[in-house]
Design a protein around this ligand. Sequence first.
Ligand SMILES: Cc1cc2nc3c(=O)[nH]c(=O)nc-3n(C[C@H](O)[C@H](O)[C@H](O)COP(=O)(O)OP(=O)(O)OC[C@H]3O[C@@H](n4cnc5c(N)ncnc54)[C@H](O)[C@@H]3O)c2cc1C
Length: 241
Amino acid sequence: MRLLLPASVSEARECLARGAVPIGGATLVWAAWQQDGFPELAVSLRHVPEANVVSPESLGSAVILGQIDDRVPGVLRRAAGTVGTGAVRRTATVGGNIVGSSLRCLLPAALALDARATVLEPDGVFRTDLAEVVAKRKVLLSLEWRKPVADGYRKLPAEAGGPPPFVVAVAVHAGEDGHGRRLRVAVRDGYEVHCADVPCGTDAERVLAAVETQVADGLAPAAREAVREQVTEVQARSGRS
Ligand SMILES: Cc1cc2nc3c(=O)[nH]c(=O)nc-3n(C[C@H](O)[C@H](O)[C@H](O)COP(=O)(O)OP(=O)(O)OC[C@H]3O[C@@H](n4cnc5c(N)ncnc54)[C@H](O)[C@@H]3O)c2cc1C
């Protein structure tokens, strides 16, 4: 396998045109490739400036989870801080987590932020939504969002070997003209991620109902309580901002 290290978006596109497979920190692919065989070409975006941005309104796909700090909203920072072990967080990347892992702890946080994705294709750079990135395994370059008024994240404890821990991410967004704030809530229940977008001020029970219309079997009592708490707490904080 040859690892290509482009230094610009146009070089990265050329690598994709040559059939190179994206690689992040290799925390997942290495074992799979050892078993199934290595691709001829792999491409890492770690030297592409746009894939390394960390700011209040954007995050590059090559950023290592352990490097996500208070430059980004707390909801994303806390999501990254709860992924796996310290060793995983020192190596795994945003792109590998959102596109390449089955748990995707960053995805509910990015959905609560209403993040848009910039993806790379051999013939150009495109903006799209996260659902398409995940469903079609697009090559993620970066995420962009508008800074929220307030946000929150909670991951419930889970038993080893059991289903993935329940995650709830919440963000309050300013309206276009300073009015009409919106509340976005994203949950991971099992391996499924669901999202609701409601007017801010909607009481926690209605938010729960909006989320639960998308969850097949409803939420477990502890999960419902976590959503209720986060929604109430983030809305209260947003009222003070
Ligand atoms: C012990 C352990 C515990 C873990 N616990 C958690 C957890 O609690 N929560 C959680 O969410 N995850 C967890 N993970 C998964 C972890 O987040 C992934 O290992 C990691 O996100 C993969 O990142 P990576 O950069 O190493 O990806 P790689 O292993 O390099 O790649 C994984 C896949 O992503 C693709 N990929 C990489 N970058 C991009 C990109 N920019 N665009 C498109 N596709 C890309 C690759 O082609 C490959 O298919 C755990 C993993 C381990 C090993």
